[in-house]
Structure formats: structure tokens, C-alpha cells
Design a protein around this ligand. Sequence first.
Ligand code: GN1
Ligand code: MG
Length: 362
Amino acid sequence: MDRLNDIAKHFAIEGEIAEIKPLGSGLINDTYKVTTKGTDTPDYVLQRINHHIFTDVDALQSNITAVTRHLRRKLEADGATDIDRRVLNFLPTVEDASKTYFFDGENYWRVMTFIPDALTFDIVNPEYSRHAGRAFGKFQADLVDIPETLVETIPDFHNMEFRLQQLREAIADDKAGRLADVRDIADKLLAHADEMCLAEQLHREGRLPKRICHCDTKVNNMLFDRDGKVLCVIDLDTVMPSYVFSDFGDFMRTAANTGAEDDPDLDRVNFNMDIFRAFTEGYLESAGVFLTREEIENLPYAAALFPYMQAVRFFADYLNGDTYYKTAYADHNLVRTRAQIKLFESVLENTPAMKAFIAERI
Ligand code: GN1
Ligand code: MG
């Protein structure tokens, strides 16, 4: 607490700190809420950036500054009134006003203004999904003309070929000695490898562009107001050039799962077509202005790709001995893998229905 207090003081916060407490459920960074005394000053979010994963923190924060500045300008141009609640605001450090991160000799930290009266959800209904679809589509549409060239903060982040290569290495190395008991999972994942690399294939053929995407559109990375209206897209670490499938697919993976990402009860894990339909309609309303036919036609593939990719990533981490994702118990990454495979299979069952739905909207 004292240490966190000292770190927060390196940022240009208003007011006096009352308390600092853990916030949220991210698997990568450590997040805290900084409450200030009284009601006249804002509260803040303090984050320790995982610099083992985001190795170039300076580039990371430059991306985020460019993105938030551009989104702010769009809101101003739209005549939005509540701009401070619609886009994240990162604070400069006291020592250097051009920097939005502080290095304490060991860790990197940043602070943003806390957006009050906002809600996050792990489960949403179709109506909220429609709003979310519209909001993520608008997020992509707003960033189409960002003047800066954004850095890939994690190179090859959503490159399926690369993720499979990592899995193959994890299998070959079997660092934690866990492979023998789970070889069936490795076989099952690798059996779908070729068809799941469609995006890279289309990109090589010049049929699929990279656009600025959010790349972590978990449903709980969106703030809603009390009326279910989307306020703000958060967690901007992975905003970078990618295929639009990233944002469509990761939302489906989290919001259209009737169970949890790490559900131990696979009967609870199924793909919810009502969420798919609502989100797709909202998304096409706002992203339809720039999407190509090829992108739209392959949205059902995107819905399958993300649980598949996440299963590959969780499973590789399990084989490597849990070095990437935070885990709460010994087999957590294995439980996550199984849940994501179950979701992937349920998506495949629903693919003909998804394709029919999309075909009517092209
Ligand atoms: C990580 O930041 P967080 O916890 O929302 C991960 C995502 C995964 C997600 C799985 C930088 O996201 O790619 O989809 O966990 N972020 C990074 O829950 O690897
Ligand atoms: Mg994240």
C-alpha cells in the first residue's frame, strides 16, 4: 500500500489519496483503484504493466496516446458531451509531462482517470451485445484514419501460424513434463491447424487487409452506463494492426459462451446464437462502411478461430509450466484449454446457421 502510494505520487493526480485497492480480473497486468479523499477530485486506476509481455513500454504507451487522442478528436467532432467518460485519459508523470508511464527501477506503472458509474459485465444479453457490436465496429471505423503508424505491441499476437508454431515447440520441449497425460488434446488441436490458418493464407493472397483493431475485445473490456449504453472501450494495450476477425472473434469467444472461459463443467459451455446474431447486426451497422465482402463472409470463421487460438495459447502455456497467464490453481490452464475446445466445437456445429445468417446480410 505504501509502495503503491509512492508510485501513484509520480503521476499528476488531483487530491489526496485515501486508499488503493486491487481492481478487475485481467490475466496480464496488475490493476488497482486509487480512491481520493472527498468528492471533488476524480479517482484513478493504477496499473503495473507486465513488461515481460509488453517488452517495449515506450512504444506501448505511444500507441495508446495516439489512439486515445484520435478517439477524443472523433468524439469532439461528433459533438459528444461526456467525452471524459467515453475515452480513457492517461496521466503524465510529475517528472516528465511527455511521459505517461513511470519506471521505478524494476517495474513500469501508469495511471488513468477512473470512469465513475460505469459497469462491466462477464455475461451480456442480446440487447447489450448489439450495443457492443456497434461500439466495437465504431471503434474500428474511428481508427481507420489515425495518422500515426501503430506498433505491433506484441508481434504476431493473433497470427495463428505463429501460435501453432509456439504450440509445436511446447509439445517438442515438454518443459513441465505434462504432455504424456494430455496428448489427446495436442492431437485434437493440431488436427484443425490448416483450416484455422485461413486468415494468414488470405492475407498472403492479398485478400485480407490488416486494420487497426482492439485485439482484446473480451466482453468485460467495455464499460456500460446504467442504461446499457456503451460508454467506453478499455484495455488498449493490444490496439494494433490485425485482421478484423480479432475483434469480432474475441467478443464472440467471451460473450457468446454460455459458460465461463475456464468453466470446469463443459456442459455449461456452448455457443449462444442469440448473442452472435445481435452482435453481428450491431457490428455490421457501424463497421459495414469499410468491411470487404471477404471479411464479412468469414465472420463465422472468426467466431471459431478465437476459441481455437485461445485453446492453443492456454495449452502451450500449460505445457510450458504456466509462465504466461496468471493461474489460480495447478491445472488452471488445462481447464481453460478444455473449456475453449468445447466452445470451439460448439461454434463449428453452429457454423452453417451463422453462414446462412451472414449470407442474408451481404
Ligand atoms: C489476456 O489482458 P487480459 O487478461 O484481458 C490476453 C488475451 C487473452 C486473454 C484471455 C496480452 O487478456 O490475449 O485473450 O487474456 N492478453 C495478452 O482471457 O496476452
Ligand atoms: Mg488485456
